[in-house]
Ligand binder design. Structure first.
Ligand SMILES: Nc1ncnc2c1ncn2[C@@H]1O[C@H](COP(=O)(O)OP(=O)(O)OP(=O)(O)O)[C@@H](O)[C@H]1O
Ligand SMILES: [Mg+2]
Length: 310
């Protein structure tokens, strides 16, 4: 594929600046805490894990769909930009994907796919090495492209790639909450630790929600969290919160073969009940993390836009 130059990203940024100017101040309202955009705030959640294959995509899809089923407006970004697979997992056929958005060939509205229960999917490409190697300017312009979307959702979930590349750290730093998915494998714990280390030391992310996936019991899930938490507390300045566990469940694999989310295909399965608990936890999260000075999704309706009235 021919190399995309940074001009494409800059073009998107310019369009955003123009539409922000045109929007003026008519959408503003006043609360006891300050002046803000009248639309409610989007809660942005990045799902990461360090190691490949621990269940990041399964958690992203099923958490997103459970929140949709509960009546929330949810958008799910496939941020595994070079090896995207959410569309395949859900049996969707994208016409456009984020590479077209970056090249200025379409608008965000053109590429959003509707999955069951109204879940909005933003698909990416698979097998395109170039997309897995975007510059930080290109990542930033991709994040800013969401500013133009007229209906910011209640939740934005970002399914990140394996590893600790700039792509993963930039998307995680743009989120309000970072979910770290771990499973019972030594490499999963060491990779999760490496991810938390990089994000806390280099990207100013201090709080992590841990999900123990593919566990055989509640005790095993809690035990995994405690192992990770002990080592993190000793060496890093980061807070780990146990979000919950998802059991190893054959229903989940069967749902994947049918190109469905398990919460849709088998709502009574143990994994589906676990995803409901995760969604309940996410629904309670306060949006207290300040995004001041950070590049964030839907920046025009974030807390960082608030100003305290005189
Ligand atoms: N709770 C579970 N029970 C049973 N199998 C599971 C569970 N979670 C994940 N899996 C299996 O693990 C596989 C990998 O999951 P998934 O694609 O979500 O991992 P990932 O972390 O996103 O991988 P990658 O790093 O490649 O993006 C799934 O295809 C599924 O077969
Ligand atoms: Mg994945």
């Amino acid at each position: 594929m021919q190399s995309m130059d940074q001009a494409a990203g800059l073009k998107i940024m310019m369009r955003q600046a123009m539409s922000a100017n045109m929007a003026g101040t008519e959408n503003q309202g006043v609360t006891s805490t300050g002046v803000f955009n009248s639309r409610s705030r989007t809660r942005v959640i990045a799902v990461a894990g360090g190691k490949g294959g621990v269940g990041k995509t399964c958690v992203s899809v099923n958490l997103g769909m459970t929140l949709s089923m509960a009546g929330h407006d949810v958008m799910l970004l496939d941020a595994d930009l070079g090896l995207a697979n959410i569309d395949v997992l859900l049996g969707l056929q994208p016409v456009y994907n984020v590479s077209h958005l970056l090249e200025g060939k379409c608008q965000l509205e053109d590429l959003i796919l509707k999955a069951p229960h109204g879940l909005k999917i933003v698909p990416a490409t698979s097998g395109t090495r170039r997309m897995a190697q975007l510059s930080s300017v290109e990542h930033a312009s991709l994040i800013r492209a969401f500013d133009e979307y007229p209906q910011p959702p209640d939740f934005m979930i970002i399914d990140t790639a394996a590893g600790i590349s700039d792509s993963v750290t930039q998307f995680a730093a743009a989120a309000d909450e970072v979910i770290v998915v771990v499973c019972d494998e030594p490499a999963s714990l060491t990779d999760a630790y490496a991810l938390i280390k990089v994000l806390s030391r280099e990207c100013d992310v201090q709080r992590f929600q841990v999900v123990a996936n593919m566990v055989r019991s509640a005790e095993e899930g809690r035990g995994l969290f405690e192992k990770l938490s002990r080592v993190t507390q000793r060496f890093l300045d980061a807070t780990l919160v146990y979000m919950g566990m998802v059991p190893h469940d054959e229903h989940l694999r069967q749902a994947i073969r049918r190109q469905k989310a398990v919460v849709d295909a088998s709502p009574g399965a143990r994994a589906s009940l676990a995803f409901k608990n995760l969604a309940k936890a996410a629904d309670k999260w306060e949006t207290s993390v300040s995004r001041q000075g950070r590049i964030g999704f839907f920046a025009q309706n974030t807390l960082s836009d608030m100003e305290t009235p005189a």
